[in-house]
Design a protein around this ligand. Structure first.
Ligand code: F0G
Length: 417
């Protein structure tokens, strides 16, 4: 098995141990997988490794290692992955889709899907001899990178937009001891800054422009396919911000098809918040024009106006006959309340997938008889303020807490109401 890294723009080739996260020409790097096994053999191997213990065998990422990063060396794993697929009748009704499952990536060790990309990218950085790691983030990437860097014993440098990161995520970066910089600017400014700074200072860049992040995030898709006995759903719905996941899903499906792991390719639906929807705007022109915009949304994780993996995202949508949709903040918060009330819970950005699915179903694009897997990207506790703001506002459907005197009569009075 082997991997080759090359630039998607100029074609320059790098070794798998290259410390480079982006091409000097400014293009994005990507990994070409050339495993020595194919379909049935790979399926048997993945099955034999599932749920076994020693750390690496127990990882829902490294289970697919011949399609990620080959070669000898340490593996920096928590472990991660092995996330559940949920079904909830109430949410099927909400979406208008009977055969609906949720893959909850918020149940990874640091509470988001980022851990899948980070275990591979940090492992590769360690093997490439990195002395420090850095990222720009709306919060989850920094929480995950900080944890994996701590695990690897590497100093971590985090750039986040000041005042625009949910408290749970910022707390994680601090707790895991990352040097945390609150940048006066939005995520897009943070990303520009870290791209330049990491280049100038020789620090490994671990945003999803780093091709090894994409490799790790492919396993969300493979794991859900394996959980379904390699029977693909009709649709896979995912929130879209910087478009790392949309790109990773496209690549995972391309490789699975080429390797004979999968016969039918599901369609990808990438869902943006209306206030941060440059990809959706481009989609509406048939991707003839690329848009950027100043972004604003309650879903701070996807408050991004200039997605770095735009080109890869376009390819993923085109190759899967996918669609892009945009949903209002109101629709996101209502979908989140439904997911939360079903006992699952997620952060606002994750609920874009259910809000988007509901919209696509109502427009007749996703049909009631279709099978769908919606990806939930982050944990409910990441943004507890969003939960409080929603419920404390009171009114219909809100679960406002009630302060009472410490007396049975007070409880009794309440129960009678
Ligand atoms: N959902 C959550 C919870 C996220 O944290 C992100 C991205 C996305 C969805 C969008 O994924 O960028 O691959 O399209 N968060 C990044 C961060 C930007 O810095 O944590 P994407």
């Amino acid at each position: 098995m082997s991997q080759r890294v090359s630039c998607e723009s100029c074609g320059r080739v790098f070794g798998a141990r290259s410390p480079q996260a982006q091409c000097p020409c400014g293009g994005l790097l990507s990994v070409t997988q050339r495993p020595s096994q194919r379909g049935a053999t790979l399926r048997r191997r993945f099955a034999a490794r599932q749920g076994q213990d020693p750390l690496v065998e127990g990882s829902g990422v490294w289970r697919y290692r011949e399609l990620l990063l080959s070669g000898r060396g340490p593996i920096i794993t928590h472990p991660e992955g092995n996330t559940p697929l949920y079904r909830r009748p109430a949410l099927s009704r909400y979406a208008g889709i009977d055969d609906l499952q949720f893959k909850h990536e918020g149940e990874n060790p640091t509470g988001s899907f980022k851990d899948r990309g980070m275990t591979v990218a940090v492992t590769q950085a360690v093997r490439a001899g990195a002395s420090a790691v850095a990222c720009a983030s709306t919060g989850n990437t920094s929480a995950s990178m900080a944890a994996y860097a701590a695990h690897a014993g590497l100093p971590a440098l985090v750039f986040v937009p000041a005042g625009k990161v949910a408290a749970g995520k910022l707390a994680q970066a601090l707790a895991y001891n990352a040097r945390t910089l609150l940048v006066r600017g939005d995520f897009d400014a943070c990303l520009r800054l870290v791209r330049e700074a990491s280049e100038a200072l020789g620090i490994a860049l671990l945003n999803s422009i780093n091709p090894w992040r994409i490799e790790g995030q492919k396993t969300i898709l493979w794991e859900l396919l394996q959980q379904r006995g390699w029977d693909a759903p009709d649709w896979i719905v995912v929130p879209g911000g910087n478009l790392g996941n949309t790109s990773a899903f496209g690549k995972a499906l391309r490789e699975a098809r080429e390797l004979g792991l999968l016969r039918r390719v599901p369609r990808i639906a990438s869902i943006q918040a209306a206030g941060a929807s440059p990809f959706f705007k481009s989609y509406r022109t048939g991707f003839k024009r690329r848009f950027t915009m100043p972004a604003e949304t309650v879903a701070t994780a996807i408050r991004i106006g200039d997605p770095a993996s735009y080109e890869r995202g376009v390819r993923a949508i085109r190759e899967t006959r996918g669609v892009v949709a945009a949903v209002s903040d109101r629709a996101i918060l209502e979908a989140k309340a439904a997911i939360d009330a079903a006992g699952i819970g997620c952060e606002p950005a994750s609920a874009a997938s259910l809000a988007g699915l509901r919209q696509l179903a109502s427009r007749g694009i996703v049909k009631p008889g279709h099978s769908v897997v919606a990806v939930l990207t982050g944990h409910v506790l990441k943004d507890s303020q969003a939960v409080m703001d929603w419920h404390l506002a009171g009114g219909r459907g809100r679960n406002k807490p009630i302060e009472i005197d410490a007396k049975v009569s007070a409880v009794e009075r309440l129960l009678k109401r």
